[in-house]
Design a protein around this ligand. Structure first.
Ligand SMILES: Cc1ncc(COP(=O)(O)O)c(C=O)c1O
Length: 342
């Protein structure tokens, strides 16, 4: 089966497994795991940030960031398609006791003006606005990338209004490769950044929270409370380091493949519309006259698995376990597919 459901489905390559087997480990709760310390410093340096914290998941790094920037009864500005709001189990309310102010439209992106308009004025009736969360690339927005100039403007609004700015960068490397951007620029804009090792980069587990030494110290306390302090997890960190050193540049292959698939899909009469495929995700809608189940079944009969993400909408995600042969087969299946109207 060619599995296009997510880029989280990849398995460690033999070279990555080898790096894991060579890892020097210790008890990370004591700060003594050499591989984790190396990974944390490596990631922080990439972004020009002071420190980093290795955690089991992207959900945990996002939730730790939200907790460290806020107090209960404060408010967070984010997009209504964002992972922190939609897919983290209500963690903003459960872990941090905060409310959210949602911005809509433009495939998960908003402007500095939108942020300004959604900041509550000082009044005892209103929750105090405290944090802005941005997701780049934007998963539910079809892997859309943010405009760097707009991010700088948002940063200025945050600085002027004493708001913290967090980046959910689960797939940030796909954006950096697509736009040829320097990660250190992101380090100057955001107070905290969460990056994932287990998505396009192919590690089995792991996410890093990046920030100032002060923020990461606080984050370490919160990670402990969340039960995320691990012991000899350097075997996992070694996979993460391998991923950062070997699997970033190749994301261009995934991004280009997604664009090619979008181009082939755009010629099919059963397709209603496709979100612009800027990175490794293609989200598209099948026309209402066709049954989505029939489309997914036709794929399945040709050994392709994909996921249904809303009314007649499908998501394809490119990743490093898709071979050139698989990719050619996907193109051929789509090119020759005929669907019957209902
Ligand atoms: C944009 C985004 N942020 C955060 C996460 C959470 O990552 P994890 O599954 O490691 O908790 C995901 C997971 O797919 C994601 O797509």
């Amino acid at each position: 089966m060619i599995d296009l459901r997510s880029d989280t489905l990849t398995r460690p390559s033999p070279a990555m497994l080898d790096a894991m087997m060579q890892a020097k480990v210790g008890d990370d709760v004591f700060g003594e795991d050499e591989s984790i310390n190396t990974l944390q410093q490596y990631a922080a340096d990439m972004f020009g940030m002071e420190a980093a914290l290795f955690c089991p998941s992207g959900t945990m790094t996002n939730q730790i960031a939200i907790k460290l920037h806020t107090q209960a009864a404060e408010e967070i500005i984010c997009h209504d398609l964002s992972h922190v709001y939609l897919y983290e189990g209500g963690g903003i309310a459960f872990n941090s006791g905060c409310s959210v102010r949602l911005i809509t439209g433009n495939n998960g992106r908003f402007t500095a003006n939108d942020v300004e308009e959604n900041i509550n004025k000082e009044d005892i009736h209103f929750p105090r606005t405290r944090l802005v969360c941005i997701e780049n690339t934007m998963n539910k927005g079809g892997g859309a990338c943010w405009d760097l100039d707009e991010l700088k403007k948002i940063k200025q609004v945050c600085t002027d209004n004493n708001l913290a700015l967090h980046l959910d960068g689960a797939r940030l490397f796909n954006a950096l490769v697509a736009k040829n951007q320097d990660p250190r620029l992101y380090g100057t804009i955001f107070n905290t950044i969460s990056i994932c090792l287990s998505k396009g980069l192919g590690a089995p587990v792991g996410s890093l929270l990046l920030g100032s030494k002060e923020h990461i110290y606080k984050a370490k306390r919160i990670r402990k409370v969340f039960g995320g302090g691990m012991r000899q997890a350097g075997f996992l960190a070694a996979a993460g380091l391998y991923a950062l050193q070997n699997n970033i540049e190749r994301l261009a292959i995934d991004n280009n493949r997604a664009a090619k698939i979008a181009e082939v899909l755009s010629k099919k009469t059963f397709i209603d519309h496709i979100l612009r495929a800027e990175t490794n995700i293609v989200i598209f809608k099948v026309k209402d006259e066709y049954l989505i189940e029939n489309f997914l079944l036709a794929l399945h009969q040709n050994n392709i698995k994909a996921v249904h993400v809303g009314k007649n909408k499908v998501r394809f995600v490119m990743h490093l376990d898709i071979t050139q042969k698989d990719f050619d087969s996907i193109l051929q299946v789509i090119e020759t597919m005929e669907l019957k109207q209902v």
